[in-house]
Design a protein around this ligand. Sequence first.
Ligand SMILES: [Zn+2]
Length: 242
Amino acid sequence: MGWLADWRRRRVLQKHRIDDALWHRATAQLGFVPKNPKLRELALLFLAEKQLVGAHDLKVSDAMRVSIAAQACLPILELGLDWYAGFTGIVVYPGDFRVQRREIDEDGVVHEWDDELAGEAMPGGPVVLSWDAAAHDPLMNVVIHEFAHKLDMLDGLADGRPPLHAGMDGRAWQKAFADAFDGFSDALERGRDTWLDPYAAEHPAEFFAVISEAFFEDPRETRRRYPDVYDQLKLFYRQDPA
Ligand SMILES: [Zn+2]
């Protein structure tokens, strides 16, 4: 982003702010959201540049907007808003939503089915969220999850590996995540209880999104159970929440 975007952002910050009462109301239930004035500024810029729309007649209140913005901006707190370039829309459904899936298998047979989702992130497209899941599901953080997918997709591939910073070691990333993913999938296959959401075993991209939720929501436990992954996430997000 060039000088024009910088200028616009400076103006937004000069002329607007998220007032204290609204911020506290929106983040009261979110114990993992740090009391960092920088996060509030970033959330304000996020709301100025992104378009949040309600689907199915959902009225998106200011508190909902700020709650989504605060959580979405946590992963990019030290990266900046340009890491969410390439899309503006965030669609909020009142609850889980249905999407139609279509796949052609290797024999050329078309399979169609419906999926119920709490969130979805499409390459180059909007982020879609279920407000019910965002507000009430204690087992997942759908906002951090979908925005982590957006970071992963920045290089065009949802493969569990976002574009790494200069100086990061791609092989160290690969090894930390592959070992963790394999160990996790193995534990799940043996029927063991897992700390992370079992959905993480679906694909390395899901593992990255799920462990990113854990990194921000329960960083100490993430560091204890997955120290190598924690170190890589610390380098990537440029944060050490534990
Ligand atoms: Zn996902």
